[in-house]
Design a protein. Structure first.
Length: 419
């Protein structure tokens, strides 16, 4: 593919080549109007198979249909017919990908692994609900602008479940990177649904916890066929220090038959949240104050003492205007509101206040502190989160201040913050 540095697409001048793969290349470009860097994915029109170009267009459509804090944002799509190029303008992420953070023989802690995998599972659950199956989940497609903020990218192989567009997979063609592909993708099954994404994300989780892949082989063919005939290498054999909590989760996510796996990404995500609750005692989606090891005896906290003391001074009160009762908590930077399920409890449990009858989801919403300000985020609840009567868009943050009325389902809560 020719060097396009200096060329302009859609008013953006290409400045630097940052990645190549398949039929497309990705360039860094500068948006003069908004003074920001963007990424532009460019693919040739002339000489490309019609299915390849259709898949490129479909990628743009797939990303544009999804608005989620853990999915890469697309700004635009265009085709330069005279020059022979198609292009997608996207958010530029300077932090690199999850693949670049993974080191041989250096497994992630369970905190670090779940800090990445849970948001990605929620992003995929959101995509699946909108009829989009990714089909190419792997560390290279999980961008990391911050260590606790993953962004799902590269929907080039996405399948639109409810689209009139014909299937763009050609007979005999296996889609997805082989190390992470589900058995049905390798077998060229005509039935590839959301459960393939569950399998692939399960492999990513396994790799984070062990720094190894769950299958081995002397040749590429042996490696490929192992997942069709052999069970995964047991988690605790691959890493005896991994938490046993993940054994049953990965056994189910990596089942050979789709019917034996989690049947929805929501179900898989729920299991991961339950695991975090069991290991840490909190439903909080904020990464716990993990201690990252550079040497066995050397530990560094990501939360300093002054910040922790300031956090402990903050008290949140949620008053139920209908009854006059109050719920309070303190010393938290994130507070998950919902209702308890089995042994798992959110930080604020509305079950005893009629949450089930009032349509409160198990993970309904969360309050997030940023400096001296608080916001509320709806966590994809069934019956919505509202602030002073205005609905909060799923996975979007809405600022709240003392005296505001938050409604979760049909339960109203008056928000107060004290220091």
């Amino acid at each position: 593919m020719e060097d396009l540095i200096g060329r302009s697409f859609g008013g953006y001048e290409l400045k630097e080549l940052v990645g190549t793969g398949g039929m497309a290349s990705i360039y860094k470009a500068f948006d003069e109007k908004l003074s920001r860097w963007v990424a532009i994915k460019v693919a040739p029109i002339f000489g490309a198979e019609e299915t390849m170009l259709a898949r490129f267009r479909q990628e743009a459509q797939a990303i544009a249909a999804l608005r989620h804090r853990n999915i890469l944002t697309i700004y635009g799509y265009g085709e330069d017919r005279d020059g022979g190029w198609a292009y997608i303008v996207m958010e530029y992420v300077p932090g690199g990908s999850l693949k670049e953070l993974m080191k041989p023989n250096e497994p992630f802690t369970w905190q670090q692994a779940l800090t990445v995998i849970i948001p990605v599972s929620q992003a995929l659950a959101f995509a699946h609900k909108h009829g989009v199956i990714h089909r190419d989940i792997k560390p290279a497609n999980i961008l990391m602008p911050q260590e606790d903020w993953p962004l799902l990218a590269d929907f080039g192989l996405a399948k639109m479940q409810h689209s009139a567009t014909p299937n763009l997979t050609m007979p005999g063609q296996v889609l997805g990177t082989m190390a992470y592909a589900a058995p049905e993708q390798i077998q060229e099954s005509t039935v590839i649904d959301a459960r393939a994404d569950i399998y692939s994300l399960g492999i990513v989780l396994y790799e984070l916890l062990t720094s190894k892949l769950p299958f081995q082989g002397q040749t590429s063919f042996d490696f490929l066929m192992a997942r069709l005939t052999d069970p995964p290498i047991p988690l605790l054999k691959a890493n005896p220090e991994a938490s046993p909590v993940f054994v049953s989760i990965l056994d189910k996510a990596l089942a050979q038959q789709p019917d034996d796996r989690y049947q929805t990404m929501d179900e898989f995500s729920r299991a991961l949240l339950d695991a975090r609750y069991e290991l840490s005692g909190s439903f909080s989606t904020q990464p716990p104050p993990a201690r990252l090891k550079s040497k066995p005896e050397e530990k560094t906290s990501i939360i300093d003492t002054e910040e922790l003391n300031n956090l402990q001074d903050v008290k949140i009160r949620l008053k139920l205007p209908a009854t006059g009762k109050e719920i309070s908590t303190e010393g938290r930077g994130e507070i998950v509101i919902g209702r308890a399920y089995k042994d798992a409890r959110p930080d604020i449990d509305l079950g005893p206040y009629g949450g089930s009858q009032a349509g409160v989801s198990r993970l309904h919403s969360r309050l997030v502190r940023q400096g001296d300000e608080w916001s509320i985020e709806d966590l994809g609840s069934t019956n919505g989160t509202f602030v002073n009567g205005a609905k909060v868009a799923p996975h979007q943050k809405k600022r709240v201040k003392s005296g505001d009325i938050i409604r979760c389902g049909q339960i109203e809560l008056q928000f107060h913050v004290e220091k």
